[in-house]
Write a protein that binds this ligand. Structure first.
Ligand SMILES: NC(=O)c1ccc[n+]([C@@H]2O[C@H](COP(=O)([O-])OP(=O)(O)OC[C@H]3O[C@@H](n4cnc5c(N)ncnc54)[C@H](OP(=O)(O)O)[C@@H]3O)[C@@H](O)[C@H]2O)c1
Length: 256
């Protein structure tokens, strides 16, 4: 089996910003890119989490800096973009991985929770694409969508709506930014991260149901999602734009 961490994908000294890059999938993406010799800024709202991932990126010899960002605040995204422009030679790749998921039925979910998930998972990505798209000379944007864009998940009305919208935003942005910037998305199935909480813990009944229902018989690792992001960002995907790649171990496509 190929050791993915040895694949460089031609990212040497590429400038990368990963929003929502301090934990889970975003952290794995940031580290994979740094291991592929990119210069990476990984950000979120938490100063401590940003300091921690920034130290890890420095250990990979990436040029980086510690910068917090809240995608609900346009000014904060603009500051991040200014910092990235000052730190990196250029911004070649933006990854939008920030996400929140409120859990309540459509009858019970508060308007503030609904608006928060839409703001983080959809409007925040629009803000970031707009701010960074104006600053980038070319390159790629990869949005982290979800299998929930096309499949109903109980008690996640805002998240499902936001991720459906994100797929549409990905296609629209791809059309607007071509041919200079390619815009694609990945749609993971179940991935063991802090966002998933303890639902996917080994031995939980939900995890057993997911494993049984998934042809690959397990959930994804954050690194497997990161490898697909690296592919979409690489020259190997030079004619791909406006696509949403599902990575779910066959869950969505199987009739089980
Ligand atoms: N885990 C799964 O099964 C799964 C499946 C499909 C799709 N996804 C998607 O994958 C992406 C990453 O999720 P994950 O599972 O890796 O979750 P995670 O570990 O909880 O990571 C979420 C990241 O988003 C950041 N964040 C949250 N609100 C933010 C805001 N307002 N501004 C900036 N950053 C913010 C968090 O940091 P702070 O809280 O410190 O800001 C954290 O870095 C999300 O878009 C999620 O919808 C996950």
């Amino acid at each position: 089996m190929v050791n993915q961490s040895t694949i460089t994908n031609g990212f040497e000294r590429s400038g990368v910003v990963v929003i929502g890059g301090t934990t889970g999938i975003g952290r794995a993406i940031a580290l994979r890119l740094a291991q592929a010799d990119a210069d990476v800024i990984a950000t979120s709202r938490s100063r401590d989490a940003v300091a921690s991932i920034t130290a890890e990126l420095r250990d990979c010899d990436a040029t980086t800096t510690a910068a917090t960002c809240d995608v609900r605040d346009r000014e904060s995204i603009e500051q991040l973009c200014d910092t990235a422009m000052a730190t990196l030679d250029s911004i070649d790749l933006l990854v939008n991985s920030a996400g929140t998921v409120g859990t309540a039925s459509v009858l019970e979910m508060s308007e503030s929770t609904f608006e928060r998930d839409i703001d983080v998972c959809l409007t925040g990505v629009y803000r970031a694409i707009q701010v960074f798209g104006r600053a980038m000379d070319g390159g790629a944007i990869v949005n982290i969508s979800s299998m929930s864009a096309d499949q109903a998940r109980e008690n996640r009305p805002a998240y499902c709506a936001a991720k459906s919208g994100l797929n549409g935003l990905t296609r629209a942005a791809a059309a607007d930014l071509a041919p200079d910037i390619r815009v694609n998305a990945v749609a993971p199935g179940f991935v063991k991260t802090p966002l998933a909480g303890d639902k996917l813990d080994d031995g939980s009944s939900f995890r057993a149901t997911v494993d049984e229902r998934t042809p690959m018989g397990r959930v994804a690792t954050p690194e497997e999602i990161a490898d697909t992001v690296l592919f979409l960002a690489s020259n190997g995907a030079s004619f791909m734009t406006g696509e949403v790649l599902t990575i779910d171990g066959g869950y969505d496509s199987s009739a089980q």
